[in-house]
Design a protein around this ligand. Structure first.
Ligand code: GLC
Length: 428
């Protein structure tokens, strides 16, 4: 029995974007270790704040209560951000820039680690501040690391899933074309066929990259250079463009983030939905859900077999400006412990970071989606890893959005994307 994931060679490595940019991290003094702030308050204990995006899965408050009951002098306050990835990012940037001591521990999306670490905002998790990552999935550890040092401890992974109505679709489609072929079933039932997240924000970068990867293309080549002027990338983006045009993706999906698309599916308005694993728990337990007993889950569809998800997930990082880093470190260790990981999985259907949990009999019995999720994460492709990620994701979002809205042919959008990514580092 495998106790850890074996990733296909092509996706195992982090896709570090090689940009010919000037050095430093852009504005943070060029430190990658947090400078003198990283040496401060290491032994200090006291109340701290944990900052995270909206707790859609209702897992954070119960855990904080559990922690607080056991640590009356080191209580954690939950600062809950919105449910939008870009707003969470900008809120963290503002507070780190202001050296806010109240943002002690922050939940960091896998795509922000490089930027925040390069700016010197995250406490390196090494030496006395080390967190044990043994048994964690390699891609989650890589995503929390920058230049070989861990800066954010993996808390939850994420892989895209194809949710489908198993009452209407006898067997999940394996390819994009198969899925599009099944859209007639949606028509017969007066519902829309497919949606993902197509608003212009981080989720669009995720979805556009998945379309490109799943059609056999890639955002970066194996040398870390943008690789978007290819027929495969064009086919991938065009799949989405065409589906918007012919109505297989409903027009309103251009405004969807994760939550809007989840609600549409839960209300019974969609045959297929691309979303993250957290949807399983809510779609099967929320009173208002119309799809409780009709929920099928499968790998994302690809060109001639399963497609490739973008790797998602979150890690917990300690701000170099925290006044109470000893407490912050204990809290981070608490969040990643196996007991909490099981709670995230059973209560919120979040993806554990320990490989062995995907083989845990008790967990698998409760959570039938675990093997599907495992495949999704095994085949997941990281988004570009670079301190200049905000400019890179903007290049992808803007151009993909223009193509989906029919304002630019997919080919032009990809070539503009390519150019903007090439220059992304230069002005930062
Ligand atoms: C999820 C993923 C994260 C991604 C975000 C996009 O939260 O875990 O990695 O960036 O969705 O909206």
């Amino acid at each position: 029995m495998k106790t850890r994931f074996l990733l296909p060679a092509a996706t195992a490595g982090i896709l570090a974007l090689s940009l010919t940019a000037c050095g430093g991290g852009g504005g943070g003094g060029g430190t990658t270790g947090g400078g003198s702030d990283a040496g401060a308050n290491l032994d200090s204990r006291g109340p701290i704040t944990y900052v995270q995006g909206k707790d859609n899965s209702n897992v954070v408050r119960p855990l904080i209560e559990k922690w607080n009951a056991a640590h009356p002098d080191e209580k954690v306050t939950f600062k809950e951000q919105t449910d939008q990835a870009d707003q969470q990012h900008d809120d963290l940037v503002q507070n780190f820039q202001a050296k806010n001591a109240d943002y002690d521990v922050a939940s960091v999306d896998v795509v922000w680690t490089a930027e925040f670490a390069a700016k010197g905002w995250l406490q390196p998790l090494k030496d006395n501040m080390a967190v044990d990552t043994k048994g964690m999935l390699e891609p989650t550890v890589e995503a929390g690391s920058y230049k070989g040092t861990l800066y954010a401890a993996p808390v939850s992974s994420d892989g895209g899933i194809l949710y489908y109505r198993k009452d209407l679709v006898p067997e999940a489609p394996k390819t994009w074309d198969e899925m599009m072929g099944m859209c007639s079933i949606a028509k017969q039932n007066n519902i829309a066929c497919y949606a993902g997240q197509f608003k212009q924000y981080e989720g669009l970068t995720v979805n556009a990259s998945e379309a490109i990867n799943s059609a056999g293309g890639s955002v970066l080549n194996s040398d870390g250079k943008p690789n978007l002027n290819t027929p495969e990338a064009e086919e991938g983006l065009n799949n989405l463009v065409e589906a918007f045009k012919n109505g297989n993706i409903p027009a309103e999906a251009i405004t969807y983030q994760e939550e809007e698309s989840r609600r549409a599916f839960q209300e019974g308005k969609l045959l297929f939905l691309r979303n993250w694993p957290y949807v399983y728990n809510l779609a099967t337990t929320e009173g208002s859900s119309q799809v409780k007993d009709k929920l099928g889950m499968a790998a994302l569809p690809g060109k001639s077999g399963p497609g490739a998800s973008s790797l998602g997930g979150h890690s917990a990082a300690i701000s170099v400006y925290s006044d109470h880093k000893a407490t912050a470190l204990d809290f981070v260790k608490f969040l990643v412990e196996e007991e909490q990981q099981k709670f995230f999985a059973t209560q919120g259907s979040l993806a554990p970071v320990f490989g062995a949990l995907y083989e845990d009999q008790e967990l698998v019995a409760k959570l039938p989606y675990l093997p599907v999720l495992k495949t999704s994460i095994e085949n997941a492709v990281p988004r570009p890893v670079t301190p200049f990620y905000p400019a890179v994701t903007q290049a992808i979002q803007e151009n993909a959005y223009a193509a989906l809205k029919g304002e630019k042919p997919a080919k032009d959008a990809l070539s503009d994307m390519q150019k903007s990514i090439e220059t992304a580092g230069a002005g930062s």
